[in-house]
Design a protein around this ligand. Structure first.
Ligand code: TMP
Ligand code: ASP
Length: 238
């Protein structure tokens, strides 16, 4: 594993370190879990390892399908080597089924499938509690250029199709998910993580929740749900 250099950033679920290569960072996934802007805190045993592994598998799948990502290789049980991107402070959420904040805001019953998938942007700002924004806000605040926004949208739709299909044989529904992108030598790359922390995965048959909602909503069986998703995804053909 490349040596961990200066700790550049510590977030709620990950630490990012410099490496000897200026163009590469090392991301370490933690077992810490938070929800509601850090108001609820806990740990999920083995979450760091599971989310690192799942992110690696999803990033590999997506790169093979033509999505440029920050992922280089998994270098430890909870460590990924990635390209040293500068994160664009816009979270991109794609939704296929009404759940969470969308169900609440629009008065839809959770589990209602949407006639068309929905894309939303949120301003990545802890101080402001990640408010929802649109293309005009992104331009006004110069969070990203119009071209970068179009690229993020186009990648998000492609990712939605690829992951929805990929997860079907694992009997998982991709309800919704959050993506972050970064800039690397002027190019937009998919970054951050793809895991049960950042996606809603439901069992196709029972509609049981197999993601961080089990932690957010005190549903129990949190660790088992993360293990189950890993087990199913590891069993999929690459
Ligand atoms: P939401 O329904 O709470 O807006 O969440 C939409 C998706 O985004 C869901 O898959 C979980 C993910 N998400 C994050 O990754 N980070 C967050 O801070 C929140 C609130 C949601
Ligand atoms: N991770 C976020 C927080 O701590 C929220 C979430 O995932 O629900 O605020």
């Amino acid at each position: 594993m490349p040596a961990k250099g200066e700790l550049l950033y510590e977030g709620k679920a990950k630490r990012v370190y410099r490496t000897a290569e200026p163009d590469q960072y090392l991301v370490e996934f933690k077992d810490d879990a938070t929800a509601f802007d850090g108001l609820k805190k806990g740990t999920i045993t083995r979450k760091g390892e599971i989310n690192a592994r799942l992110s690696a598998l999803f990033f590999q799948k997506l790169s093979r399908q033509g999505i440029p990502t920050h992922f280089i290789e998994q270098v430890g049980p909870r460590e990924l080597l990635v390209r040293a991107v500068e994160i664009i402070p816009v979270e991109v959420v794609a939704r296929n089924v009404a759940a969470g904040s969308l169900a609440k805001r629009l008065g839809l019953e959770e589990g209602t499938s949407l006639k068309r998938p929905v894309l939303e942007f949120y301003y990545k700002s802890d101080a402001l509690h990640d408010p929802m924004i649109n293309n005009y806000h992104i331009a006004a605040l110069e969070l990203a250029t119009d071209t970068q926004v179009k690229e993020m949208e186009s990648y998000a739709w492609k990712i939605n199709t690829i992951l929805t299909e990929f997860l079907k044989p694992a009997n998982l529904v991709l309800v919704d998910f959050k993506l972050e992108f970064g800039l690397f030598h002027g190019h937009v790359l998919l970054a951050d993580e793809i895991s049960p922390d950042t996606c809603r995965f439901w069992d196709r048959t029972s509609m049981e929740k197999l993601d961080k909602d089990r932690f957010r909503r005190d549903l129990g069986g949190v660790e088992d749900a993360y293990e189950e998703v890993l087990h199913r995804v590891e069993g999929l053909p690459a």
